[in-house]
Design a protein around this ligand. Sequence first.
Ligand SMILES: *[C@@H]1O[C@H](CO)[C@@H](O)[C@H](O)[C@H]1NC(C)=O
Ligand SMILES: *[C@@H]1O[C@H](CO)[C@@H](O)[C@H](O)[C@H]1NC(C)=O
Ligand SMILES: *[C@@H]1O[C@H](CO)[C@@H](O)[C@H](O)[C@H]1NC(C)=O
Ligand SMILES: *[C@@H]1O[C@H](CO)[C@@H](O)[C@H](O)[C@H]1NC(C)=O
Length: 514
Amino acid sequence: MKVYLKQIVERLSRYLSKIKTFYTNSVRKMYLAGLVVFSVLFVGCCGSEPLRFPTWFKFGAASSAYQVEGAWNVSDKGESIWDYLVHTRPEIVAGGGNGDVACDSYHLWRRDIQMCEELGLDTYRFSISWSRLLPSGYPNIISEDGKNYYNNLIDGLLEKGIEPVVTVHHFDLPQSLQDLGGWANPLIVDWFTDYAQVVFSLFGDRVTYWVTINEPFILCEGVFPLFLAPYYDDPNIGRYLCNKNVLVAHAKAYRMYDDLFRSKYNGKLSLSTLFFWFEPATPEDEEITDLMFEFWEGRYAHPIFSKEGGWPVKLEKNLADNARMEGYSHPRLPPFTSEEIDLVRGTYDYFALQHFTSRLVRRLRPGERNPMWPLIGSSEMGIIMESHPSWVSVNDWFAIWPQGFHKQLNWLNTTYDLKEIFITENGIPLGPDVDDTLRVEYHRSYLEQILQALHEGVPITGYTAWTLMDNFEWVSGYTVQFGLYSVNFTDPMRTRTPRTSAKYYANVTRTRML
Ligand SMILES: *[C@@H]1O[C@H](CO)[C@@H](O)[C@H](O)[C@H]1NC(C)=O
Ligand SMILES: *[C@@H]1O[C@H](CO)[C@@H](O)[C@H](O)[C@H]1NC(C)=O
Ligand SMILES: *[C@@H]1O[C@H](CO)[C@@H](O)[C@H](O)[C@H]1NC(C)=O
Ligand SMILES: *[C@@H]1O[C@H](CO)[C@@H](O)[C@H](O)[C@H]1NC(C)=O
């Protein structure tokens, strides 16, 4: 509307300037009159009624178990792949450090709830540590202390009117299961389903929104370029086995919830999907960009969210051709059986979207190597991902381009048949300094895109800032932070202090305006 009015005024003034020489005096009056009309319309239609988030829209913040809890060895807790990795190869963490204590949320959860209250949140998304709840990795032993910890957190949130959004698994597999191959072993489907059944039976009475598995793409592919445990140097096979197993595990857990819990608890399940928006660098790169969408977005979403299910057809063929050319006797991406296609298809009640940034996509030039993401996209697909010169680049993988988020939301809405999109992560990595005006601008500009998409009819029901507070950011350690609150990691009390962005976000949640 504003743009439309501006165009009218611009056209009017262009027209007026042409006849200015003839009717200078009357024109001045008309121009002034035009400005008055414009101002009245502008204030009348848009100025006094800025877009607002509806009262049912849920504002939240997120964290994950290993990144905040600490207390890695209290009580009967088992060892996770992160405990194992940071203790056996401490040199891989930038600046040193590990999650042994992290934010000490295992002890300071009351303060975490208080922060959610200070922010005026409707939801708090956290994850359950598999090895804290099931020390052996299997449901033969359920830890009393683990159970109590999550019960306290859930009840404490509900007491303050904050809805828990719970991630069943967020990157911290029990080491006992990793020793048997972890996500590359198809038996993980049953291990995960058993674990999820314990989680739903203990907490399902109080939780509506479930995320079964966080960012399967990063879970499977983040082992190369090596920024996640188990830190395997196996880019070729493991990630494709994981790709299939993770989808089937999610689906089995979803079907199990249907059978055992849905009629009682009527919760909403999904897995959270990390999407980058890909923009072709030139019109010639459009085809390769489509393939990139299938490689990144489609490979993890198409089997669940599309009408036909299964792998994206063009991509599956492309990957099978690659494998054949490289001398493999089977495609490295394991095919689905038709039973598996049916099992996996439709196992969602909403779409949990995690979006951070956009990338420009083009074909690698002969002899060129992708500096970042050496394999994601590059060797397999011959693709390089970069920033656009006009975007505000924050580091080598992250640029601020809010329009890309809007495009992503529209793409999602039109590509799959979705009744509900819930943003389960969105945030910006900055240094640990306390001043974060750039973070304010990031959240403001990305929320603005949500507001516009909402008013265009994209069914977005919630927004979750990543992250509630500074925490252990995987192999980046404590050198890169996404927190609305800063945490003093040298203080035994792990004092949390609201940043400018926390104050800004609290204003947004209260006024429902930007
Ligand atoms: C737990 O780990 C810490 C190091 O983070 C260590 O100091 C402590 O002795 C360990 N406690 C037990 C009971 O093993
Ligand atoms: C969202 O998707 C629906 C169903 O495909 C379509 O009718 C609608 O126009 C889309 N809205 C936007 C804003 O993309
Ligand atoms: C962090 O805590 C330590 C120990 O309590 C204290 O000496 C230091 O001043 C604190 N740093 C900040 C920035 O508050
Ligand atoms: C929050 O809102 C108050 C009152 O409108 C305003 O004074 C303050 O500057 C806002 N803070 C931020 C960080 O936007």
